[in-house]
Ligand binder design. Structure first.
Ligand SMILES: [Zn+2]
Ligand SMILES: [Zn+2]
Length: 817
């Protein structure tokens, strides 16, 4: 910052404040303070680590602002472009810069008065070497396990404590508490190895074979081991099972005889990937052509939509483009919808790029996150991550890949900033003039429309890679099946026999139902009472395993009732079904099959999720019943059949995107079938076989689907033909919610007329004790008009908040909901 004497600094605080705050720079800090460093400041008697974002000499104020207390960093922690980027996000998504800062910085770089710090495992060993303030603070943290910032201030009897804390954080001796809640249990598997004695005594296994000569199974297992690992190294028990047909009892016998050593080892972890870098498989002719088309498209489009059917090998093309980019010395950002659900993909990328890849996600411990954040600034070449990795400080970004660009989890809906990761990445690419690939087997209507309008380039891959062919999709008409009495529980005769056939052929099955738990409703047969959440306008879902009925919105739960609280009737029925009931019914019908579930109940943590995948990959599971978790990026070799148990709930979800989501979901689920040489089969059970989306999925009529859906959106004025902004009003008092909603709608309508829809009560009218009303604003795609409308929304919000008794009403503005 040349040319100024830095008398005043604007400080951005990680709070939902509309503005930065002005502070004075005391003489002794003028040298140290610069753009992008954190400074310690007081606001309303609390201390914060804010960011210095600009300097000036005259504030035109009579009151002299407070001094900054200290400068925390020697080097900036954000780059100038990031500040521009944040400002754009705040403006576009109607939120404050502080909220953007909060989501953008890893928590290891955020400090405030409420921060609690805890000792790391390294602290004890280092205590003796720490001096002065650091030593004092470290001792206190070690003895108390945890300390607040205020405690530290008392201990040091100093105003300024952040530099000491930062130094201890940098040395990884302490952590900020919030992230330590994550417990991470490692997936382990048994590994075996030839024992020392046998390894030393003879190289040809003779002695060991002598010991097993009376058991053919043991001999086979031993020989299988020797052929799998000629150097007698540790290998997984599972691989010996596969090769020799041995089971656990055989291995245990070998361990007992002292031939094998056995130990549990950690397997399949993203962070600890140790695999050697592999080389890339050759491109198919189709892929070769697509790659050429992408390069050509890049010449006149910054963004290209890669529309490739499931199994066509989009990842292979990404890899090629990534390699080209890093060879030019530029960085790659690879966005994926949810890191926890993309283990397989991340492992494939790591197998090729090894250490060049940084995997950035919220479940990493904070020192690792800070380390990755800093490595972006230093030019680390590839980052894979969910939407928040757009906030990494890139040095020279050359390529952004948005995989599964249609996925709804790119949008953050809670808390603010409610940004769309894909759309925000497009703005980021502008700042670097980087190229963007949007990849999907079922592109969003927004992206597809942009491709039709030639705003994006379009490259398509219609065929699956290698010998794999697209699955055969068939419809099961549930109306007929029920009439003809051909249903067993939720299974039609057709689906059940297809499951049996697959299992007889030693192939695997995926069953999809978009609802977890046992049954979504429990009802009294006499008075029609049904169990509802006391806080939300939803019925409670039965979870047999937990012996509970649960609310999926607020977490409320209670015991499964045995009688009706209204009339005392003990005959209660469970209506509908979720994944738990499907698994239970199928176990009854096929007692010999191994059936597992993958949903939020069974795969709550990433470790659990990976265990389920691992077991399925290893062939230990015959049938996997899952929610949309099984639709995302999984690639299993041996899935012969995919069943969609009930398509109808998805088709008739009350949202303008229902058809789009249904088409995407069905197509993606179907895409899990028949990934290798064998043709897969997909069965969709539905009461509405003639529904447009069912018919389009059935024939894989992409063209027809896009045409019909885009026409409908245009006719009824929904995106992508207009932009939407949703205003949500929430309060625990119904009358007040309604009054505010009506008042806002009136104010907006006076200026915007029929662009305003509502207020309306959403499908679920109350969540966590708060009533909800919504207003939709439709905006033509015109930047200046949109900015005017947003200004009006802000103004209206401020007006309502200033009214008597209305300050507690929540008004949430969500752009592009
Ligand atoms: Zn009753
Ligand atoms: Zn609830």
């Amino acid at each position: 910052m040349k040319g100024t004497s830095k008398r005043y600094v604007e400080v951005l605080l990680p709070l939902a404040l509309a503005q930065s705050y002005t502070y004075a720079v005391p003489e002794h800090l003028k040298e140290k303070v610069q753009f992008g460093v954190r400074v310690e400041v007081a606001l309303n008697r609390k201390l914060y680590a804010g960011l210095a974002v600009s300097f000036h000499d005259d504030i035109g104020l009579e009151i002299k602002p407070k001094d900054i207390i200290s400068v925390i960093d020697d080097r900036p922690i954000i780059l100038e472009y990031q500040y521009t980027f944040w400002q754009w996000i705040a403006r576009y998504y109607c939120c404050t810069l502080g909220e953007v800062m909060n989501v953008a910085l890893p928590s290891g770089l955020k400090l405030n008065s409420e921060t609690k710090v805890v000792a790391s495992q390294l602290l004890e060993d280092q205590l003796a070497y720490l001096e002065d303030d650091e030593g004092m603070v470290a001792d206190a943290i070690f003895n108390n396990n945890e300390l607040g910032i205020e405690d530290i201030r008392t201990i040091l009897n100093k105003k300024t404590v952040y530099p000491v804390i930062k130094s201890l954080l940098d040395k990884e001796l302490i952590f900020i508490r919030e992230e330590l809640k994550q417990k991470y249990k490692a997936k382990t598997a048994d590994f075996v190895c030839l024992s020392e004695i046998h390894r030393q005594q003879d190289k040809d296994l003779n002695e060991a074979l002598e010991l097993t000569k009376r058991s053919e199974k043991q001999t086979n297992a031993l020989l299988a081991y020797a052929s799998l690992s000629p150097a007698y190294e540790w290998i997984s028990k599972q691989s010996i099972y596969k090769k020799s047909g041995a089971d656990a009892s055989v291995i245990n016998a070998l361990v007992k005889k002292g031939i094998f050593l056995k130990e549990a080892r950690q397997v399949s972890r993203i962070e600890d990937y140790l695999g050697k870098a592999q080389s890339l498989k050759p491109l198919s002719t189709n892929q070769e052509e697509a790659l050429k088309a992408i390069r050509k498209s890049f010449q006149d489009h910054r963004t290209t939509l890669l529309f490739g059917v499931t199994g066509s090998g989009k990842t292979r093309l990404y890899m090629e483009l990534m390699q080209e980019t890093i060879d030019r010395g530029e960085q790659v950002l690879f966005l994926i919808p949810e890191i926890a659900l993309t283990t397989q993909l991340v492992q494939r990328l790591q197998a090729i790029f090894g250490k060049d890849i940084g995997v950035y996600h919220s479940r990493l411990n904070q020192s690792k996150r800070v380390e990755l954040y800093q490595s972006a600034m230093e030019g680390q070449s590839i980052f894979v991550g969910a939407r928040s990795s757009i906030f990494l400080p890139f040095k020279n970004l050359g390529l952004i890949i948005v995989d599964e660009e249609h996925d709804a989890s790119y949008k953050q809906s809670e808390p603010s900033p409610r940004y769309q990761g894909r759309d925000t990445a497009l703005y980021l690419s502008k700042l670097f003039n980087a190229k963007v690939i949007l990849g999907s087997a079922t592109p969003s209507l927004e992206s597809y429309q942009n491709a039709l309008d030639d705003k994006y380039g379009l490259v398509t891959l219609h065929e699956r890679y290698g010998e794999a062919t697209l699955p055969a999709i068939e419809i099961v008409d549930l109306r007929k099946k029920y009439k003809q009495g051909l249903m067993r529980a939720m299974f039609s005769d057709e689906l059940l026999s297809a499951v049996k056939t697959a299992l007889n052929n030693k192939e695997q099955v995926l069953l999809f139902q978009n609802r977890r738990g046992y049954s979504p409703t429990i009802q009294c047969t006499l008075c029609n009472w049904n169990a509802e959440c006391p806080n939300c306008d939803v019925s409670l879902t039965t979870h047999k395993y937990f012996q509970q009925i649960n609310c999926h919105y607020c977490g409320y739960h209670t015991k499964i009732p045995t009688q009706c609280p209204q009339c005392g009737n003990t005959h209660l029925v469970e209506l509908g079904f979720g994944t738990e009931k499907i698994a239970a019914e199928l176990s009854n019908l096929l007692p010999g099959a191994t059936i597992k579930r993958m949903d939020y109940d069974t795969a709550k943590t990433k470790a659990q999720y990976e265990d389920i995948i691992y077991e399925f990959e290893q062939g230990e599971t015959d049938v996997l019943v899952g929610t949309q978790m099984i639709t995302k990026g999984l690639d299993f070799d041996n899935v012969a059949l995919v069943g969609i148990l009930l398509a109808d709930k998805i088709l008739f979800f009350p949202d303008f995107r229902a058809n789009e989501r249904a088409f995407q979901l069905f197509t993606q689920v179907a895409g899990r079938a028949g990934r290798r040489a064998k043709k897969g089969k997909v069965l969709i059970q539905t009461f509405n076989p003639e529904h447009d989306v069912i018919q389009e999925t059935l024939g894989m009529k992409y063209g027809k689907y896009y045409k019909r859906e885009l026409e409908e959106r245009k006719m009824f004025l929904y995106p992508p033909s207009v932009r939407l902004c949703k205003v949500t009003i929430k309060h625990k008092d119904f009358k007040r919610t309604e009054a505010v909603a009506n008042e806002i709608a009136k104010k907006l309508r006076a200026q915007l007329g029929n662009r305003i829809i509502g207020p309306a009560v959403p499908g679920i009218s109350r969540i966590r004790g708060k009533y909800i009303q919504q207003i939709m604003v439709k905006m033509e795609k015109d930047w200046s008009k949109i900015q005017q409308i947003k200004a009006l929304l802000h103004q209206t919000k401020r007006y309502i908040k200033a009214l008597k008794n209305m300050s507690t009403v929540q008004i949430i503005i969500d752009v592009d909901p």
